[in-house]
Design a protein around this ligand. Structure first.
Ligand code: ADP
Ligand code: ZN
Length: 213
């Protein structure tokens, strides 16, 4: 099964993608995670990508499309994937359509996780992530039992470089301009399903699963 999760920064795509991996047995493909891994790896293009990410701008389409192409052809992804944070522009969506066709695959569902902007700003500003296992917390809405320590594994929590106020504002503007048009793009293809992205993580997950089954 191939599923695309659409939604603004902080809408919960990553959280729901991880739950879908467990439910569906196909991998999560997160361009954000892959780009952050490249940034920590200190490669040349990792350094380039970081400049865009820290400014709340999109990394160039050619780069993310190349990353996706490589990832989709790895053995664990042949049975499908959960796309989280990709596509983010119309050219990326068109490239994905071509890649899928070349591989004899197709997109089953596009799920738009809908959360209003004020809520997104609050979520992103308080977000903390575990360095070791990736588990996410929120200083107010979902605090860890012990400050800055992961409940799941005891790892250290950190705040993403792009989760500061100025970058958050710019990411939201980028989303409106470049990514929101994909809602209409996939609606026209008859693939779009909307899900309310507020409530408990499990409730939202059930809404998504109801669409997939
Ligand atoms: P969020 O959805 O919370 O903004 P992500 O982890 O998906 O976070 O992305 C972080 C940053 O990585 C983005 O602001 C952007 O700079 C870059 N990025 C991730 N995915 C893409 C993509 N598909 N195209 C271009 N840039 C991307
Ligand atoms: Zn952890």
């Amino acid at each position: 099964m191939n599923v695309i999760l659409l939604g603004g920064p902080g809408a919960g795509k990553g959280t729901q993608a991880k739950k879908l991996v467990a439910r569906l047995g196909v991998p999560q493909i997160s361009t954000g995670d892959m780009l952050r891994a490249a940034v920590s790896g200190g490669t040349d293009w990792g350094r380039k990508a970081k400049e865009f990410m820290d400014a709340g701008k999109l990394v160039p389409d050619e780069l993310v499309i190349a990353i996706i192409k490589e990832r989709m052809t790895q053995p664990d992804a042949t049975g499908g994937s959960i796309f989280d944070g990709f596509p983010r522009t119309v050219p990326q969506a068109e490239a994905l359509g071509r890649l899928m066709a070349d591989l004899g695959r197709s997109i089953d569902h596009v799920i738009s996780i809908e959360v209003d902007e004020a809520e997104l700003v609050g979520r992103l500003g308080g977000r903390r992530t575990c360095k070791s296992c990736g588990q996410m917390f929120h200083v107010v809405q979902a605090p860890p039992r012990k400050a800055d320590v992961c409940d799941a594994c005891g790892g250290a929590l950190y705040q993403r470089d792009d989760d500061n106020e100025a970058t958050i504002r710019s990411r939201l503007a980028t989303y409106d301009k470049a990514t929101r048009p994909l809602v209409e793009f996939y609606r026209q293809k008859g693939l779009l399903r909307r899900v309310l992205g507020v409530g408990s993580i499990d409730d939202i997950f059930e809404r998504i699963c109801a669409i997939l089954s």
